[in-house]
Design a protein around this ligand. Structure first.
Ligand code: FES
Length: 494
């Protein structure tokens, strides 16, 4: 029996991105109706999928975890109670199918008896032929061992391991795996749900479950009223999904929807990415995480009796990990000015456990989430930091388009995370990159724009440009001279 699957479910099962399946659909190789594909058509297109490879549907998750430094989560099965409930629901489905088959069997048996009863009224040879025909037909139905629909079986297994969540009104979809909460799963999938403490205290993650069942797995102090409970409201940060869900959920559509926050984080680590570029890793308290959009900046502030210095930096990590925040900090500003925060960092003033105040986030260098265009990222030097956040977020969100990175380097540090680019390219069929060296930002901008115009048809592309002012101006000017519309450009000057 061929089963209909959503594109995101099919991609998860096969371990490919939705963009790959959409390419097959666009090429007429994979039939699609109302956004659904069938397991039979998928099996035809991917004949090498085998049940023993069922780990394939975890491949994309593993890739994301390994290549993109995702939230470190327990990779465990759901707890026994939830597992039992999901298995019970599936057993019921199988039982229904078995009963249906038994009915067909009974019907054929009854027909055979009927014909035998008619033996006296019709030529016996004719009845014998009919009876034999039915016997053969019955034997063939019962003995018909069609090859199993491997993808459907994998889907069954996945339904035990995870639950699908559909979000209203956006139509976004994600999967709740293991013991994660619905909120954790939504963030991991690149959504921007409304939430605050992440800890059951503030009520900002309150959402209405329209269909399906949840179970509380974390303590909560926030009191939902009896009326809210009756309407199906639940706290996404303290509940997991027992079954597939449909949830009415608020999602941030723009930076204006993200509140300004003030959080005291701890230094988790400081390491060198290159001679003049440091990686600063900050960790927020478990109960006070930073809500931000990929590509945004934040102010880091240290105050004390002997020191008071601050700096504003782009966040280089994905919002799907809202506790672990990464920054690529250069020794000097792009305009050559002294950066006191950076100077202290390079002087070794930060040790693990030191406190740093965060204030923000700021900026609108964020993905146009509803756009289906391919994405082109054009970065110069440490402009790679916000682009890294955007790429990780685009991957987590499983955006449909292709992604192309053009990274220009004008400093001796060069492409200080080239290995990261290689890891993305190895892991993702939809990602490619080019590296450019140039003497200064303006020259780098001209060369990067020439590269973009030569390598990609600029139509149907959103182009994100980030770096020093001279670089951003040069790229934007050259692209617009090459026919790119201003609305296609999203720019950020560092
Ligand atoms: S995020 Fe605060 S209660 Fe859920």
């Amino acid at each position: 029996m061929s089963l209909p699957l959503t594109l995101s479910r099919a991609a998860q099962l096969l371990g490919v991105t939705r963009a790959v399946l959409q390419k097959h659909i666009a090429a007429g190789e994979l039939p699609s109706h109302d956004g659904m594909v069938t397991t039979e058509d998928l099996q035809h297109l991917f004949p090498d999928v085998r049940l023993e490879d069922s780990g394939a549907f975890e491949r994309i998750t593993q890739i994301k975890e390994q290549a993109f430094g995702r939230r470190i989560r327990e990779r465990v099965l759901p707890n026994q109670e939830i597992l039992a409930q999901r298995l019970a629901a599936q057993s019921e489905e199988y039982e229904e199918v078995r009963r249906t088959l038994a009915h067909y069997h009974d019907l054929i048996e009854a027909m055979r008896e009927k014909i035998e009863q008619m033996a006296g009224a019709s030529p016996s040879e004719q009845l014998a032929v009919l009876a034999r025909f039915l016997d053969d037909g019955l034997a063939s139905v019962l003995g018909n061992e069609e090859p199993p629909d491997t993808i459907a079986v994998m889907d069954d297994m996945l339904r035990v391991m995870s639950a699908n969540v559909k979000v209203k009104p956006s139509g976004h979809e994600f999967h709740v795996e293991g013991n994660e909460t619905v909120l954790e799963a939504a963030l991991r999938a690149g959504l921007a749900p409304s939430y605050g403490c992440g800890n059951g205290n503030c009520g900002l993650c309150k959402a209405r479950v329209v269909a399906g069942h949840t179970k509380q797995i974390r303590n909560t102090d926030y009191p939902l009223s009896a009326s809210e409970r009756a309407q199906g409201y639940t706290l996404l940060c303290s509940h997991t999904a027992v079954s597939d869900l449909v949830v009415e959920m608020l999602e941030a559509k723009s930076p204006d929807d993200i509140p300004q926050q003030e959080i005291v984080a701890k230094v988790k680590g400081v390491s060198s990415l290159a001679a003049d570029t440091m990686l600063l890793h900050l960790q927020t308290p478990r109960t006070n995480r930073l809500r931000f959009l990929a590509g945004q900046r934040i102010t880091l502030n240290v105050t004390g009796s002997t020191a008071n210095f601050r700096g504003e930096y782009a966040i280089a990590s994905c919002p799907c990990d809202d506790r672990n925040l990464l920054f690529h900090i250069c020794r000097d500003n792009s305009d050559g000015e002294r950066d006191e925060f950076a100077a202290r960092l390079f002087a070794g003033a930060f040790k693990p456990g030191d406190l740093v105040s965060l204030f923000g986030p700021f900026g609108d260098f964020v993905l146009k989430k509803e756009s289906c265009n391919d994405l082109v990222f054009v970065a110069c030097d440490s402009g790679f930091a916000p682009v890294k956040s955007l790429i990780e977020h685009a991957v987590a969100s499983d955006l449909p388009g292709m992604q192309r990175l053009v990274w220009a380097a004008t400093r001796p540090d060069g492409h200080y995370l080239e290995n990261q680019c290689r890891a993305w390219a190895d892991a993702l069929e939809t990602f490619s990159y080019a590296l450019i060296d140039a003497a200064d930002p303006a020259a780098a901008g001209v060369e990067a724009a020439r590269h973009v115009l030569a390598e990609c048809d600029p139509a149907h592309r959103d182009i994100y440009i980030v770096g020093p002012g001279g670089f951003v101006d040069a790229v934007a000017r050259a692209l617009q001279a090459g026919g790119v519309a201003e609305q296609q450009l999203v720019v950020e000057v560092l």
